[in-house]
Ligand binder design. Structure first.
Ligand code: SF4
Ligand code: SF4
Length: 181
């Protein structure tokens, strides 16, 4: 597995505390509808968390593939807050800008930039910024047929960038302040 590049030191202590009582029974793996697509099973991932295998943990896409269905949380015999712990792992991965999650992180970043600017997503502009950030001209080419199909069906429209004031800026700034506390 390609080692991931981590921007800064990672502290897993809160997540480790949350799953400390794991008995490695595998019920989470057996319950997870997405386990078939994961490179490591949820049970193995919790083991990595507990043993602090940070490089491997943030090189896997296991927690990124979680769709927050809460089955594992409901069925864990130790009653562990597994889905919340996965949210915490995702937040760390985004903050670290780990390369294995780069495209997903950029997608959400550009999506939220659009919401921040307009109060809603402007699809064409958002995708243009996203593709530009990926710096790989082959990726937009792959999506061109889909884009044309959506435009024909009037599901997306050509939009020029707007200089309209960012109306939600104050709200986003306040949320950032609260998160930093
Ligand atoms: S179901 Fe709970 S106790 Fe069992 S392996 Fe998963 S996290 Fe651990
Ligand atoms: S919450 Fe995530 S990890 Fe848990 S069972 Fe659902 S998809 Fe799998």
């Amino acid at each position: 597995m390609k080692p991931t590049v981590l921007a800064k030191e990672i502290k897993l202590d809160k997540i480790q505390e949350a799953v400390r009582a794991c008995i490695q029974c595998g019920t989470c793996t057996a319950s997870c509808p997405n386990a078939f697509a994961m490179d490591y099973t949820p049970r193995r991932m919790w083991r990595m968390v507990l043993t602090g295998e940070i490089e491997d943990l943030f090189s896997t896409k296991t927690f990124a593939l979680c769709s927050a269905c809460y089955y594992c949380t409901l069925r864990c015999p130790r009653g562990l807050p597994l889905t919340d712990a996965i949210y915490a792992l995702k937040q760390i991965a985004v903050a670290q800008k780990a390369d294995v999650y780069r495209s997903g992180t950029l997608f959400y970043e550009k999506f939220m930039d659009s919401v921040r600017r307009y109060g809603r997503v402007r699809e064409m502009e958002f995708m243009a910024y996203y593709f530009a950030a990926l710096k790989n001209p082959l990726i937009p080419l792959q999506f061109t047929p889909l884009g044309i199909k959506l435009m024909r069906k009037r599901k997306v429209h050509i939009q020029l960038p707007s200089v309209r004031a960012a109306r939600l800026e104050a709200m986003f700034k306040k949320a950032e302040e609260l998160e930093e506390r």
